[in-house]
Ligand binder design. Structure first.
Ligand SMILES: NC(=O)c1ccc[n+]([C@@H]2O[C@H](COP(=O)([O-])OP(=O)(O)OC[C@H]3O[C@@H](n4cnc5c(N)ncnc54)[C@H](OP(=O)(O)O)[C@@H]3O)[C@@H](O)[C@H]2O)c1
Length: 278
């Protein structure tokens, strides 16, 4: 069951998904979904495998068109698509591409996509390290609000505040003691329900992080970011975030990361994040 923070959504819905210990969900609308994933790197490929395992139909696309994604799709067992195919006829679109690349997706990509289709944004912004500077975000706009503006439609922010290793290797069945959490933020109750369900099926407690405007609380270098937290600690971390503080911490991160050396373990990185992001 999703963990509620800023108001919570599940009580508003017709029914919350019932998730059992064997990861099945007793809500036919949330089983066997058609999912299109754009981006087949660390996050996209991992999610494709997990969501296929959960029983969904999964199409994947990268920047190479159908031919370019074919071998990855064969390896995963997903259907290869171009980006247009990935958003066509699906219930959920997952965007697992670098944040600046959102602006270079084809114009009008979502024009024919019905409004009830959930779009999940997994992206994070790393100016000066990986990404070109984006003035609106630097001025304080929440990253996923900017993404939503680029796409011209609402998004839900999810899967951004765990490391790729956490997503790939540290998921657990619902109810397992010590199960880690992932924050989910967005404005539409049904889209939140879909995204939180996918988080649960991926092996994590879904923690409601509030509206998309509040999603800055789960951005890079906030207390809730990539610290491998259980749900109660995740909720406390989201609440503890201080506006404007994370960008300065983020800018100090490369130096801190360098101190860990070339062979830093996952645990080393999480320990650094726990110390740095408070
Ligand atoms: N890595 C992490 O630990 C982590 C954790 C949480 C969230 N995230 C976020 O999740 C997103 C994906 O991260 P990642 O680590 O999976 O990245 P990645 O391994 O570098 O993979 C990026 C993927 O995006 C595709 N792509 C890039 N531009 C595209 C475009 N214009 N159209 C279609 N596909 C495009 C790439 O396809 P090609 O190879 O064909 O170019 C590639 O498959 C990022 O925003 C990142 O910040 C990452």
């Amino acid at each position: 069951m999703g963990y509620l923070l800023f108001g919570g959504y599940f009580p508003l819905l017709h029914k919350a998904p019932k998730i059992t210990a064997d990861w099945t969900i007793n809500d036919t609308e949330l089983m066997n979904m058609k999912i299109g994933i754009i981006g087949t790197g660390n996050i996209g490929a991992t999610l494709a495998r997990k969501l296929l395992s959960a029983g969904h139909e999964v199409k994947i696309a990268n920047s190479g068109g159908v031919k370019g994604v074919q071998s990855v799709a064969d390896d995963i067992g997903a259907v290869p698509a171009d980006v247009h195919g990935a958003v066509d006829g699906v219930d959920v679109v997952v965007l697992a591409i670098p944040l600046p690349a959102m602006a270079s997706l084809p114009a009008g990509l979502f024009d024919g996509v019905p409004p009830q289709v959930t779009v999940i944004d997994t992206s994070n912004y790393y100016p000066g390290m990986r990404d070109a500077a984006i003035a609106q975000i630097d001025a304080g706009m929440a990253e996923s609000v900017w993404v939503s503006a680029q796409l011209g439609r609402p998004v839900v922010k999810a899967f951004n505040n765990v490391l790729a290793h956490t997503l790939a290797a540290l998921g657990q069945p619902a109810g397992t003691p010590g199960r880690l959490a992932i924050a989910v933020a967005g404005d539409d109750p049904m889209a939140m329900q879909a995204a939180m369900t996918l988080v649960e099926q991926a092996g994590f407690d879904a923690v409601d992080g509030g509206t998309l405007a509040q999603s800055w609380r789960q951005q890079p270098c906030t207390p809730a970011y990539c610290c491998d937290l259980e749900a109660p600690a995740m909720a406390r971390a989201l609440a503890a975030a201080v506006p404007g503080k994370a960008a300065a911490i983020r800018d100090r991160m490369p130096a801190q990361f360098a101190k860990l050396g070339a062979h830093a373990s996952h645990d080393d990185i999480v320990a650094m994040n726990r110390q740095l992001n408070v």
